[in-house]
Design a protein around this ligand. Structure first.
Ligand code: GLN
Length: 262
């Protein structure tokens, strides 16, 4: 029937107009929303499972999920991840490019002169990584004499080896890389003899590359999040949230997700 068709058409037009208006309204609301509170997190995504780049090219990992949880608990709307070479993280923090460093960073006296650390959230030793099944199986730093050992620039592994060479007369050639992934790649390709890296990360590299852990150096390092010196407001909030998170089931789930069993 003609009249019915006409009113039907009219109804459709009214609905379309209403939907467009609603869409516009929602868009405008979203644009005028009060400024979002974003926590800017700096990391160096070459340290699995704490931070790494997944197959889709996203920066993911234990530290990233942990920061998302902490940010939520501290009433931030979201976090923004900024990727920076490990050695550039402290300068970036000091220059105000980032608010917090989440990078499996060991709390050291030297770094404490430059940044403020939260309470520890992880503990780790160092591992010596070599090519899988090779003849060279160094168990301790003594076995590294006369060899070329790769590390990531600015890490505790680099300081550890530098101390051996400069203060204890060890003849070890240290090769520093902008990222641990590059160091392990060179190890796999036979360009260096070993890599020294934090044990939990060495275990992940063992799964991903043709390498194996030949020795462990018990350094008992503790990881903390770092904020700008004197940023006590953020530091206190992070410490409160971290204390709470570490006692929650969520923490166990995170540990399970990234470290699992075996
Ligand atoms: N934990 C080591 C350090 O703080 C290594 C950290 C890293 O390479 N991301 O130096």
């Amino acid at each position: 029937m003609y009249p019915l068709n006409k009113s039907f058409l009219l109804a459709i037009i009214v609905i379309i107009i209403a939907l467009v208006a609603l869409g516009l309204y929602v868009y405008m609301i979203s644009q005028t929303k009060p400024t979002q509170r974003i926590l800017i997190v700096g990391t160096s995504p070459d340290f699995p499972p704490f931070e790494y780049i997944d197959e889709q090219g996203n920066i993911v990992g234990f530290d990233i999920d942990m920061m998302k949880e902490l940010a939520k608990m501290m009433d931030y709307d979201d976090i923004e991840i900024v990727s920076i070479d490990f050695e550039g993280l402290i300068p970036a923090l000091q220059q105000g490019q980032i608010d917090v460093i989440a990078a499996g960073m060991t709390i050291t006296d030297e770094r404490k002169q430059q940044v403020d650390f939260t309470i520890p959230y992880w503990e780790a030793d160092q591992a010596i990584l070599v090519i899988k099944g090779g003849d060279f199986q160094p168990e301790s730093p003594d076995d590294l004499v006369g060899k070329v050992v790769g590390v990531q620039t600015g890490t505790t592994a680099e300081s550890y080896l530098t101390d051996l060479v400069e203060n204890q007369g060890y003849d070890i050639t240290i090769k520093s890389y902008s990222s641990y992934v590059l160091a392990v790649t060179d190890l796999v390709n036979g360009r260096i003899d070993a890599v020294m890296v934090d044990l939990p990360v060495a275990k992940m590299f063992e799964k991903q590359y043709n390498v194996q852990i030949s020795g462990i150096v018990e350094t008992g390092e503790k990881y903390g999040l770092a904020v700008r010196k004197g940023n006590t407001e953020l530091l206190n909030k992070l410490n409160d949230a971290l204390t709470q998170l570490m006692q929650s089931d969520k923490w166990d789930q995170l540990v399970q997700k990234y470290f699992g069993q075996g």
